[in-house]
Design a protein around this ligand. Sequence first.
Ligand code: AMP
Ligand code: ZN
Length: 113
Amino acid sequence: MDCLFCRIVNQQIPTKLIFEDEFVLAFHDINPQAPVHVLIIPKRHIATLNDLSLADLELGGRMLIAARTVAAQLGIAADGYRTVMNCNGHGGQTVFHIHLHILGGRVLNWPPG
Ligand code: AMP
Ligand code: ZN
């Protein structure tokens, strides 16, 4: 299996790393859609949100806690931000290793396109 984000976890591709713990990595998106655009990924490969199981309960929580930590660290917590996880074609997923987008630093429109 050749997965871009597994290669990032394995340090075969460099990123602008923000945060790392036993479960997750946080790094800046290479093609930012807002002044702050960060991705939180699990270190373990999970292709889509559809593949998340109850065994991943802690991992899901860890991703959210990492999002909160990154928002505070990058100074967008008080103004606000958005978290997004795209799933499959209609959701606009392009990398099939789950990731939580954190977008902030500007007002974001709702509903999204
Ligand atoms: P999605 O469309 O939800 O699957 O999001 C994939 C995201 O990964 C996009 O926002 C890309 O800009 C981002 N991305 C792709 N390659 C890299 C990379 N090497 N480093 C950081 N972000 C990346
Ligand atoms: Zn992967």
